[in-house]
Design a protein around this ligand. Structure first.
Ligand code: MTE
Ligand code: HPA
Ligand code: MOS
Length: 785
């Protein structure tokens, strides 16, 4: 029905329904917007999109050596292969041959004379079909002059082979505090790497447009960076490139920087051929040629008192960065910032070495260095508890940050104001029956020679915000159409974590309309520019705020319009249940939209958000890098088989503080998924390289990610009911994406307990991660090695 000016039937007081209920869009367990599409196979990923008729396909040829000079690259057979259109090498790139996200120019798109890891892309073949491109790539004859390669952390450390300068964070005089401590302990733990194993691998499609423009459809957490790097490689301004991401089939940090290379290759070939080009890596090539979680060598030297209270600690962190910096700087920093986990460490020195190795450049992975830092301190706590014959939980409690005062200040001098771990630990200890089960396990172990059980309760405290302060900004774009339907866009990307639905909930809540009226749309650099990666778990915090700001701008205009038109004070106007009520009157949101449009009111707005209060000075390693902390704790119970070394996690209880949960269904999914992914990292996922630096575990046949069978039979996940962010985040919620992964450290700690019980309690097993059956057996039989 068209609306006529001056005669507004819906403003008839007779029609007014005074009993309208507020629609509860936030805080409700709404299903993921794509859940139905995920399970029915109708959610579109890049490789599912309709292919243009003239689409060409490309594939890469990669290095066989870890470190070598290319003396000759004969690509004639590749070029002559039937169906091949062209071959792209480093020399063909018109702009910059660079994928470095931090502007160090330390990693090329295609190797130029020098190869630095096995699996490094050397050239790309463009052909009529993907299989032709792959086959033709195999025909290249590359000759190398092999160079000495550094393949492990220890060698890199000894050779001072670093991608970035070492960094030291210090508080207090650790040497004298260590010397005067009543007790002292030294040790070492190594943590393994981890492949992201997103179900959808790296993929991009580039579509050439007018005037040399290009549109890239890709699977990236960071469309703006892909846009920038593609533009640089083409030698074109950024406005010639548009990048769109509807969703990713998982990313986990593996698409924060790693998507750019493939997008660039597709764009370069689309630009020269004038045809659309698609590239999709095979699982094996994806695993060999893209970065992973950094493996770490952690050494510690700790001084403590007879109760187990830590007085001083020195950590050495050495991480395998691979050939280039990529995000290793902020990852190593975050590891340092989390080497305290939840504990006050009065005197502390952390020396962080960012090792350069001839292996693929490692990158972001859920937790971003945090998990590695935490494994270090949790190992220290377990070691202290064993030395003193105490319950590790007692030692954890004793060392927890206080809620206030001196013992609430982190090594980087940030005061912790929101510590809820004391309450969380008490609640979880009781609800999980920790003490009682610990006694039962001790009794069980006394009479069970082969199967040994272990239990551990570990906390996690995780800092929320990008530690690179300027990255903490986000934008959104909201349109209200004449029929009252809403178009929502923002800079965040969907990787399965439920960002889109949460932001839609926020906008629907703001307008008080049904969630179905808000259209979730693909992330697009043409709609919201200069965005940060969707990372650091800050997606909802930042994009939710930006979208709310946009919605509020529109709402403000609507309020003014209604107030003026019907001569009602703004305070008497409210949006409720798909309607606006103005004093005695009401009209539907759709009618309001049309009336406002007729009155020439703009129904479109951008929104922007910058995280307040944060600052960090890398020179002094001090400041407030995080707006707040996310907290959680987990109790894991495991069984190990001392004959085979196998471990089984039988029961897990988690209590997690997500503030006021915007969507408990999504949040519980994130907690469960994050925990299981962390357990995989710590127990079964093992990356192996041969003596030539070639990854030998590059398929699911040799790389074991957790499956449903690895889920604990009893898995009790609770969102902490009292949760409320003390900072003014979006609806006082808290980030959820990464921190639950770190709760899986309880699994590793429990395995330690089980091994220790077999070994007679007092001897600390030197269990590294992952705790594979081999690693567990090695601990059980230390003499045989
Ligand atoms: N959940 C799913 N299903 N898939 C993913 O790829 N990535 C994780 C986490 N949860 C991921 C996920 C990582 S590494 C981050 S940083 C956050 O989601 C990013 O999303 P958020 O900031 O919206 O939480
Ligand atoms: N987390 C994730 N990604 C990042 C960060 C961070 O702290 N800093 C830069 N990129
Ligand atoms: Mo997540 S590792 O910050 O993409």
């Amino acid at each position: 029905m068209g609306l006529r000016m001056g005669s507004c039937p819906m403003l008839d007081p007779e029609n007014t329904n005074r009993t309208r209920q507020k629609i509860q869009n936030v805080f409700s367990a709404v299903t993921h917007d794509s859940a139905g599409k995920h399970v029915s196979g109708t959610a579109l990923y890049v490789d599912d999109l309709p292919e243009p008729g003239n689409l060409l396909h490309c594939y890469i040829g990669t290095s066989e050596y870890a470190h070598a000079r290319i003396t000759n690259m004969d690509l004639s057979a590749t070029r002559q292969y039937k169906g091949v259109i062209q071959v792209l090498t480093a020399g063909d790139i018109p702009g910059s041959n660079d994928i470095s996200p931090v502007h160090l120019h330390d990693e090329p798109v295609l190797a130029d004379g020098l190869v630095q890891f096995a699996g490094q892309p050397l050239f790309a073949v463009l052909a009529e079909t993907r299989s032709i491109a792959r086959q033709a790539a195999q025909l290249a004859k590359v000759e190398y002059e092999e160079l000495p390669a550094i393949l492990d952390i220890e060698t890199a450390l000894a050779d001072k082979s670093f991608v970035l300068d070492p960094h030291i964070l210090q508080r207090g005089d650790t040497q004298s505090a260590l010397a005067s401590a009543p007790r002292r302990l030294q040790g070492e733990v190594t943590t393994g790497g981890q492949d992201h194993f997103y179900l959808e691998g790296q993929v991009s499609m580039a579509l050439p447009g007018e005037d040399g423009d290009v549109l890239i459809l890709t699977s990236s957490q960071h469309p703006s960076e892909v846009q920038l790097l593609v533009a640089h490689s083409l030698g074109k301004p950024v406005n010639a490139v548009t990048v769109e991401v509807r969703r990713m089939g998982g990313a986990f940090g593996g698409k924060e920087t790693q998507a750019a290379q493939w997008a660039i290759i597709a764009a370069l070939l689309a630009d020269t051929s004038g045809c659309p080009v698609k590239i999709r890596l095979d699982r094996d090539d994806d695993m060999c040629s893209t970065g992973k979680r950094h493996d770490f060598l952690i050494r510690y030297d700790v001084g403590y008192d007879a109760d187990g209270r830590i007085q001083a600690i020195e950590f050495l962190h050495a991480l395998r960065c691979g050939i280039s910096a990529d995000l290793s700087g902020p990852i190593a920093d975050r590891a340092m910032f989390h080497s305290d986990n939840a504990y006050y460490l009065p005197n502390i020195k952390i020396a962080s070495y960012r090792c350069k190795t001839n292996t693929v450049s490692n990158t972001a992975f859920r937790g971003f260095g945090g998990p590695q830092g935490m494994v270090g301190i949790e190992r220290v706590i377990d070691a202290i508890a064993q030395q003193l014959g105490l319950d590790p939980l007692a030692v954890r409690r004793l060392n927890l940050y206080d809620k206030d005062g001196k013992r609430s200040i982190t090594p980087y001098r940030m005061k912790i104001r929101d510590n809820v771990l004391h309450e969380l630990l008490t609640e979880l200890e009781e609800s999980s029956g920790y003490q009682q089960r610990r006694r039962q396990i001790e009794a069980f172990n006394r009479h069970s020679p082969v199967i040994k059980k272990g239990i551990a309760l570990t906390p996690a405290k995780f800092g929320i915000s990008f530690t690179t302060t300027f990255l903490n900004q986000a934008g959104a774009l909201v349109h209200v159409y004449k029929d009252g339907s809403v178009h929502l866009n923002h800079g965040g990307t969907e990787m399965g974590q439920g960002l889109m639905i949460k932001v839609a909930q926020v906008v629907a809540e703001e307008f008080q309309i049904d969630l179905e009226r808000v259209k979730i749309t693909a992330t697009n650099t043409g709609k919201v520019p200069n965005t940060s990666a969707t990372a650091a778990s800050a997606g909802t915090d930042m994009n939710g705020m930006a979208a709310r700001a946009a919605a509020r701008k529109i709402k403000k205009r609507l309020l003014k319009f209604v107030s003026k038109r019907f001569d009602v004070d703004k305070s008497a106007i409210s949006f409720v249940d798909n309607h606006v009520q103005a004093g005695e009157f009401e009209m539907s949101f759709a009618e309001l939209a049309e009336a406002a449009w007729l009155a020439r009111i703009s129904l479109s707005a951008t929104g922007f958000y910058r995280t307040p209060k944060i600052n960090y000075d890398p020179q002094t390693s001090t400041g407030r890098p995080f707006l707040y902390f996310a907290y959680g704790a987990a109790v894991s119970e495991v069984e190990i088989d001392c004959l085979t070394g196998e471990s089984l996690t039988t029961r897990v209880d988690i209590l997690y503080d997500v503030g006021k949960s915007l969507n408990p269904a999504i949040d519980i999914g994130q907690i469960e998924g994050g925990f299981i992914q962390g357990a995989g990292w710590l127990t079964s996922e093992e990356l192996c390289w041969d003596s030539k630096g070639r990854l030998t575990t590059h398929a699911p046949s040799t790389y074991k990610i957790p499956t449903i069978g690895d889920t604990p039979a009893s898995f009790n996940v609770q969102i902490w009911k009292k949760g409320r962010n003390r900072e003014k985040t979006i609806y006082r919620s808290k980030a959820i994406g990464e921190p639950p992964l770190m709760l899986a450290i309880s699994v590793h700690s429990a395995i330690n307990q089980a091994i220790a019980s077999k070994l007679g309690g007092q001897i600390l097993p030197a269990l590294n991660t992952p705790a594979t059956p081999e690693a567990i057996l090695t601990c059980l039989h230390p003499k045989e090695g």
